[in-house]
Design a protein around this ligand. Structure first.
Ligand code: HEC
Ligand code: HEC
Length: 292
């Protein structure tokens, strides 16, 4: 009797193992297919002018778009996450230094990366949030490129990016976006410029940078970053309904919410949002508060 039960248990465990392995083999195959897909996009580069207005705006954009958060203050790249189960995420060295892409990248290559999420080899850039830069006006793109292509060279050779089993599974279930190229409307024609005085339209333009974590409806949900608290609803159905403009600006500049919560920068990047100008934060506030 005991022998029969043991045999039954063993069979169950073995079959379960086989099912799990077969499922993971599929996930892994799907990942490899998507990572190896070739995308050929014609990237049109705006004219890049290296004057002080452009460089100041470009630096501001590099901060508020999170480039410096992921690629390092000096854009010299860094290992962002190295987890044995999840993988190693390595935002590249963007400078002209050794190990950097700056010396090889043409302006077209930059625009292809930022508007389409694709590298010069036509393969998808992994985890690089191009869906948050694809909508930039030509004016902003030009300023950002002026700043990025003239930063001081940093010599830094970084290890290869590598996505391991948990990273592939999270990507498969849509919990971590490894392929921003698949999230972009590639026919979108960027506007030449936009009015940057306080308005919901300007807020909407900026809020693209919040969608990676707060989702495209800004209602929040399960987080993209391991160990992060759940992502808050930042529309009128969340706490924002009760917040004044001052409360909102204070939360995004100090990490301190009116409800007394102190948000950790590694999960809700307020060190980045604190750099937004007053006009930018006011516009975000009007736009988000008007979201049903
Ligand atoms: C959430 C983190 C994150 C943010 C924010 C981010 N990047 Fe990246 N970026 C990455 C990662 C990771 C890679 C490496 C992708 C790969 O190797 O497949 C990358 C790759 C790139 C590349 C291609 C480099 C190469 O190796 O070919 C460029 C160009 C780039 N980023 C520019 C930018 C700029 C400019 C910004 C700001 C507008 C920015 N990135 C914001 C994570 C980020
Ligand atoms: C890297 C992910 C990430 C990004 C990018 C991000 N957020 Fe958040 N945000 C979070 C998380 C996680 C929380 C919840 C933090 C907590 O509970 O401690 C949060 C909380 C907030 C809150 C507080 C809400 C409340 O009810 O307490 C506001 C306001 C907010 N985010 C606004 C923004 C805006 C505006 C942007 C874009 C400019 C943005 N966030 C971008 C992850 C992110």
């Amino acid at each position: 009797m005991v022998k029969r039960i043991l045999k039954f248990l063993l069979l169950t465990v073995v079959s379960l193992l086989i099912i799990i392995l077969a499922f993971y083999a599929f996930v892994s195959w799907d990942f490899a297919q998507r990572a190896n897909q070739s995308y050929s996009y014609e990237a049109h580069a705006p004219e890049v002018v290296y004057d002080s207005t452009n460089l100041v705006l470009g630096k501001h954009l590099a901060i508020i778009k999170g480039c410096t958060d992921c690629h390092g203050q000096d854009l010299g790249g860094k290992v962002m996450i190295d987890d044995p189960a999840l993988g190693r995420l390595v935002p590249s060295n963007l400078t002209r230094g050794e190990g950097g892409i700056g010396a090889q990248y043409s302006l077209q290559d930059w625009v292809r990366a930022l508007r389409h999420g694709v590298g010069p080899d036509q393969k998808p850039l992994l985890f690089m949030p191009a869906h948050e830069t694809a909508n930039m006006t030509d004016r902003d793109m030009s300023a950002l490129l002026a700043y990025c292509t003239q930063v001081a060279a940093v010599d830094q050779q970084l290890p290869q990016l590598e996505i391991r089993p948990i990273g592939k599974l999270l990507n498969f279930f849509g919990k971590m976006h490894m392929f921003p190229v698949e999230m972009i409307d590639h026919d979108f024609l960027p506007p030449a410029d936009m009015d940057k005085s306080v308005s919901p339209a300007f807020g909407e333009y900026l809020a693209v940078s919040c969608t990676g974590c707060h989702y495209s409806n800004f209602k929040g949900g399960s987080p993209q970053i391991p160990n992060s608290p759940p992502v808050a609803d930042i529309t009128s159905s969340g706490n924002l309904a009760r917040w004044s403009e001052r409360d909102f600006i204070q939360a995004l500049r100090t990490g301190q919410t009116p409800e007394g919560k102190h948000m950790q920068n590694e999960f809700m990047p307020w060190q980045m949002t604190k750099e937004f100008t007053d006009e930018e934060l006011k516009s975000l506030y009007i736009f988000l508060k008007n979201q049903p």
